[in-house]
Design a binder for this molecule. Structure first.
Ligand code: ZN
Length: 241
């Protein structure tokens, strides 16, 4: 799958283009789909350009598939494989749910501003909260693999889960059913309820955890101390006598 190649007049060594575009062009022209390259080769092509690994991450966010030794065991640790093109980032009219876009907001709202994988939610005012919870909107099936750019193919994940799931092997229905087979009867009923709801409602303890994670470090320490005392003395934190 993937997208059409860049038009001929675009050159990867044209310094008037942005680095992300140039790296995408370099991968398409110099490396070629399915071929292996190293970070050193990339650095050689873009001498003096900082944070090239960040450019690769940007491209991954735009659906480009660039495997590392972590996701593809046939690769050496210093090798990467340019597996598939994603969005044609060399075009200036590419539409993608950017920060603040209506589609991104819609996905976040639908998912209750919480990671659908672990349940962590983000503070409404991120500037005043610890920055560890960063919500991202991801494609379930990557654009490069033919996934749609619509709401139904999008999911809210925290940055940690996003990274985790990006490096996980793709799943197929049989492997899901196999995992379900290993569950207890209660767990299976619970899972079915989530499936029917098409949502995983988080339990009170998970909500408390997510809220706790939104506190500033000093506040967290104070709250942890209070909870430790309550647990030790078996007393309620509030409303007790
Ligand atoms: Zn998460």
């Amino acid at each position: 799958m993937g997208t059409e190649g860049p038009s001929r007049h675009l050159r990867w060594d044209d310094e008037s283009l942005g680095v992300r575009k140039r790296v995408a062009l370099w991968l398409s022209r110099e490396v070629g789909d399915g071929n292996v390259f190293t970070m050193d080769q990339l650095r050689e092509a873009f001498p003096g350009v900082a944070q090239l690994d960040r450019r690769l991450r940007d491209l991954r966010n735009d659906g480009w598939v660039i495997d590392t030794a972590r996701s593809d065991s046939s690769l050496h640790p210093n090798e990467m494989r340019f597996a598939a093109r994603g969005l044609p980032v060399w075009e200036s009219s590419v539409r993608f749910p950017r920060r603040g876009s209506a589609l991104r907001d819609e996905v976040l709202k639908r998912d209750g501003f919480a990671c659908t994988h672990c349940g962590l939610s983000v503070a409404e005012a991120p500037s005043s909260a610890p920055a560890e919870v960063v919500l991202e909107v991801a494609h379930i099936t990557s654009l490069a693999a033919g996934g749609s750019g619509g709401l139904e193919n999008m999911i809210t994940l925290c940055a940690n889960c996003h990274r985790l799931l990006d490096h996980a092997k793709p799943v197929d229905p049989d492997s899901v059913l196999q995992q379900v087979d290993d569950l207890s009867e209660d767990e299976r009923s619970l899972l079915l309820a989530w499936m029917v709801l098409d949502q995983r409602p988080f339990s009170p303890v998970e909500r408390a955890w997510a809220a706790y994670r939104r506190l500033r470090p000093a506040e967290r320490k104070a709250v942890t101390r209070r909870v430790a005392e309550a647990v030790r003395d078996q007393i309620p934190l509030y409303g007790g006598t």
